[in-house]
Design a protein around this ligand. Structure first.
Ligand code: ATP
Ligand code: MG
Length: 231
């Protein structure tokens, strides 16, 4: 069982959304995915409630509340026993004892960031924090920055220079763009299931194209994750 953790000091960096998308990509590829809810605001549980109502939740995917250390330990034991392939962990912004434990127990760490100077500053601080924590514990865990909410179309000069700067660090192969299809996942459920539903409706050709484009980005992120973990 492989643990993939999304973390960032900054709130609103796109952790939960990237996790929802990666979940969809891995489930679509037939992997068994567990989700650890380590954010006490419980965004994943809300996601599941909304998704179930819209019949867009894969019942093979389970959420384990893990916002306290004993719950995290129990969730890990149960998920391993249940035979999940992947655990995706959604953390709260900031640093805490819980986040440190999660980071040190992960197989892959993903730090999402938008392309503004302020966001990238925060992502660099998170990255440095992770590296120092891992070095202190004598651990080597692959850590990658995910460019999140990248504008579709031409980047501004500032966005381009920020993006060039990020290339000095380990990055996921491809970014996630700013898309309605991603923003609406929290209300609509798993993207791959919605692609399936919309494709059955001939009146929804344009919506289908948008969902498929978003799904392609998620599958690339899924490939990056599986390849990194299998390397
Ligand atoms: N690629 C994207 N395209 C469009 N909207 C996005 C994208 N990624 C995230 N968002 C939106 O940005 C907002 C913040 O995203 P999200 O909740 O994923 O961030 P977070 O890092 O989990 O925040 P928090 O620190 O509060 O947990 C949400 O409203 C989400 O719908
Ligand atoms: Mg979140």
């Amino acid at each position: 069982m492989k643990l993939v953790t999304f973390c960032s000091f900054k709130g609103g960096a796109g952790k939960t959304t990237a996790l929802m998308g990666l979940c969809s990509a891995l489930v679509k590829e037939g992997r068994r995915v567990a989700l650890f809810e380590a954010d006490e605001n419980r965004p994943l549980s809300r996601w599941q409630d909304n998704a179930v109502k819209r019949d867009a939740w894969d019942p093979g995917c389970s959420i384990f509340v893990a916002d306290e250390l004993p719950l995290l330990e129990a969730a890990y034991a149960e998920a391993e026993e249940d035979g999940f392939d992947y655990v995706l962990v959604d953390t709260e912004g900031g640093s805490s004892e819980l986040n440190n434990t999660i980071i040190a127990s992960s197989n892959l760490l993903i730090v999402p960031t938008m392309l503004t100077p302020l966001d990238v500053d925060e992502a660099l601080a998170t990255y440095r924090y992770i590296i120092e924590l891992l070095m202190g514990e004598d651990l080597v865990i692959p850590t990658a920055i995910l460019r999140q909410r990248v504008p579709v179309g031409r980047l501004t000069i500032s966005q381009r220079s920020v993006s060039d700067m990020l290339h000095a660090l380990p990055l996921t192969d491809s970014p996630l763009h700013e898309r309605d299809a991603f923003a609406s996942m929290k209300d609509r459920g798993m993207l791959h299931l919605n692609v399936g539903k919309v494709s059955a409706d001939p009146g929804m050709r344009l919506a289908l194209r948008n969902l498929e484009t978003a799904m392609e980005e998620l599958l690339l992120l899924g490939d990056f994750v599986t390849e990194t973990l299998e390397a």
